[in-house]
Design a protein around this ligand. Structure first.
Ligand SMILES: NC(=O)C1=CN([C@@H]2O[C@H](COP(=O)(O)OP(=O)(O)OC[C@H]3O[C@@H](n4cnc5c(N)ncnc54)[C@H](O)[C@@H]3O)[C@@H](O)[C@H]2O)C=CC1
Ligand SMILES: O=C(O)/C=C\C(=O)CC(=O)O
Length: 359
């Protein structure tokens, strides 16, 4: 049954397809840009420079210093580079870290962003940025943060290593999973969520078998786009909050943390959200959604234990305390002991279990 709901379409132009990168110059012109600063990580600097060459007179320069979790000191250096070349727009070429830097600049200056994602993180579709200062990561949501234009070119994803393909893809799936049981869930976002999960769950094993399978890569990028829209459109819950806490407190890598925690967070919420569980099961083709996602991660060769990505066992209690400290909405009430159980399983790499319920 369709109830009452609010749906807000976020204004963003999307150019999708193999070879779409060639439209970058035209898209900058469409935004009214005269001088673009290209942003990349150090690893993607050469790619950024070749994009710069294709921009001709619209190329203002490159800032190849993007890094994970958007540290404010990096943003300040990028701001100086923006001023030095008198840029009136930025082009973010890379994964969520590079997109995050472009968003941090837009938040401070209102500058237009052309975003060219090369992972499946989905940040390009959201008006959200997480920024780190003095070791503390805080999240800002603001309309100015949403990129104006996004170019999805599957060719750029062919080089994404197998490990990051797997974890970034499951990071995307996590956005759609939580959208299906969000407090402000709605039928339109849920359509995108189920289709996004389906596309990624189908494409990722094919990519694991053949990294340059263009058809599977296209389907994965399409799925990542839909999942990113879900993250930008509705609120997230326990899974995203836990990953944020674990990542920030123990300096764990973003996509890997999502991949490990997702089946366990879903098992925790399962009793409260049977309809969402049915949709996820259908999308991944598994009888049990948490178990199916755990199996998918293993099949893709991803790590399934927080201890294997650097979380100390002594941190389990601290994480459980933090998870229930700043109350936030979740479909199932936050129960400290059950959340500790969830984190313990994720730490050890055990399959998701029936999580104990408070009596
Ligand atoms: N604000 C939002 O809505 C969201 C923000 N994020 C943020 O994004 C960051 C994580 O982004 P990710 O995309 O997971 O990783 P990333 O952007 O840090 O990329 C990881 C590494 O892979 C390299 N790389 C990227 N694409 C490549 C390709 N196609 N071929 C070869 N190498 C490639 C990058 O240069 C980098 O060295 C975190 O800081 C996270 O908080 C993630 C999702 C949503
Ligand atoms: O950290 C951010 O930039 C904000 C949101 C996310 O990273 C979303 C996520 O946890 O994947």
């Amino acid at each position: 049954m369709i109830g009452t709901f609010t749906f807000e379409n976020l204004p963003c132009r999307v150019v999708f397809g193999s070879g779409a990168l060639a439209s970058a110059k035209a898209e900058v012109e469409r935004l009214g840009g005269k001088r673009a600063l290209v942003l990349t990580t150090p690893q993607q600097e050469a790619q950024g420079k070749s994009l710069g060459a294709a921009l001709g007179p619209l190329y203002g320069g490159i800032f190849p210093g993007a890094t994970m979790h958007t540290p404010v000191e990096v943003t300040e250096r990028a701001l100086a580079a923006m001023k030095a070349c008198e840029a009136d727009c930025v082009i973010s070429l890379g994964g969520g870290s590079t997109t995050g830097l472009g968003k941090a600049l837009a938040l401070r200056t209102g500058i237009n962003q052309l975003c060219i994602p090369t992972t499946y993180a989905g940040s390009e579709m959201t008006p959200i940025v997480g920024q780190t200062e003095n070791g503390l990561k805080t999240t800002v949501r603001d309309a100015a943060i949403l990129p104006e234009t996004v170019i999805y070119d599957v060719d750029l994803t062919l080089t994404l290593p197998a490990s990051l393909t797997a974890t970034s893809g499951i990071n995307a799936i996590a956005h759609a999973v939580e959208a299906l049981y969000a407090r402000d869930t709605n039928p339109v976002t849920s359509l995108m969520a189920e289709e996004g999960i389906r596309a990624l769950a189908r494409a990722l094993p094919a990519i694991a078998a053949k990294g340059d399978d263009r058809e599977a890569r296209t389907e994965a990028l399409y799925g990542a786009w839909l999942c990113g829209v879900c993250l930008g459109t509705v609120g997230m819950a326990l899974h995203h909050k836990l990953c944020h806490t674990l990542g920030g407190t123990f300096d764990l890598p973003h996509a890997e943390t999502h991949t490990i925690v997702l089946p366990h967070a879903l098992a925790y919420n399962a009793p409260a959200v049977p309809d969402a569980m049915a949709r996820i099961s259908r999308a991944i083709g598994a009888a049990d959604a948490p178990q199916g996602l755990f199996e998918l991660a293993k099949r893709l060769g991803a790590k399934v234990a927080l201890r294997d990505i650097g979380m100390p066992e002594g941190g389990i209690d601290k994480a459980a305390d933090l998870a229930v400290t700043n109350a936030y909405w979740n479909p199932r009430p936050l129960e400290r002991d059950a959340i500790r159980d969830l984190i313990t399983r994720a730490w050890a790499g055990e399959p998701p279990g029936a999580i104990k319920t408070a009596v």
